[in-house]
Write a protein of this length. Structure first.
Length: 110
């Protein structure tokens, strides 16, 4: 006896949607693509200018470098004067304390 194996028939091929074979983008799609590209280029150019400005600001010395040095010297001079005045005030306090001490001792002894 001869057995014949029957092979099932393959399913039909799926239909290919029309949008795959679309002939080209619509004018609206072109306009959106152009707008996205132009806005991206604009944003990149603005960021580039900001970055260049910040780099220049951070790398160049300030225009008023001489005024800054004068202020630093003034602060150093005033700091030295305050230190000297502090030493003089301490000395004056010690002198006053030394003058009052014998008077206190004499009062207690009486």
């Amino acid at each position: 006896m001869l057995q014949v194996v029957q092979v099932p028939t393959p399913p039909p091929a799926p239909e290919i949607p029309d949008w795959i074979f679309h002939r080209g983008p619509s004018p609206m799609e072109i306009a959106i693509a152009v707008a996205v590209v132009l806005s991206s280029l604009g944003a990149i150019s603005i960021l580039w200018m900001l970055a260049r400005g910040l780099i220049r600001k951070w790398t160049q010395p300030p225009a008023n470098q001489e005024a800054l040095q004068d202020l630093q010297q003034s602060v150093q001079r005033l700091s030295a004067e305050v230190g000297e005045l502090h030493e003089r005030m301490d000395f004056a306090e010690r002198m006053l304390a030394a003058q009052r001490e014998p008077a206190r001792i004499e009062r207690r002894g009486e």
